[in-house]
Write a protein that binds this ligand. Structure first.
Ligand code: ZN
Length: 90
């Protein structure tokens, strides 16, 4: 197998209406609880690499929604492929 690494450049728009990814970010809520954004369950819509966006956060303690500014700093994709698997398209 060979591996080709692709770094998506700043300004690259991920042309996906519902872009799910792994991971959670959390931060303290003003109420003392914890604000959470679960990217497994809450998608981003057409995110742009390196561009500020509003990220909604939810607190289970006070049941309030908040918005923070954030951005996707980078995405790296490793594609592995087998040159011996070549087949002519028919
Ligand atoms: Zn709260």
């Amino acid at each position: 197998m060979e591996v080709k690494t692709i770094d998506l450049p700043q300004g690259f728009e991920i042309d996906v209406k519902r872009f799910y990814m792994n991971g959670i970010i959390d931060m303290p809520c003003p109420c003392g609880g914890k604000l959470i954004r679960d990217f497994d369950e809450q998608y981003l819509s057409h995110p742009i690499i390196g561009e500020d966006m509003n990220i909604s956060m939810h607190c289970d303690s006070c049941e309030k929604e908040y918005t923070i500014e954030g951005r996707i700093e980078n995405i790296k994709i490793d594609i592995s492929f087998d040159k011996n698997s070549i087949k002519e398209d028919i």
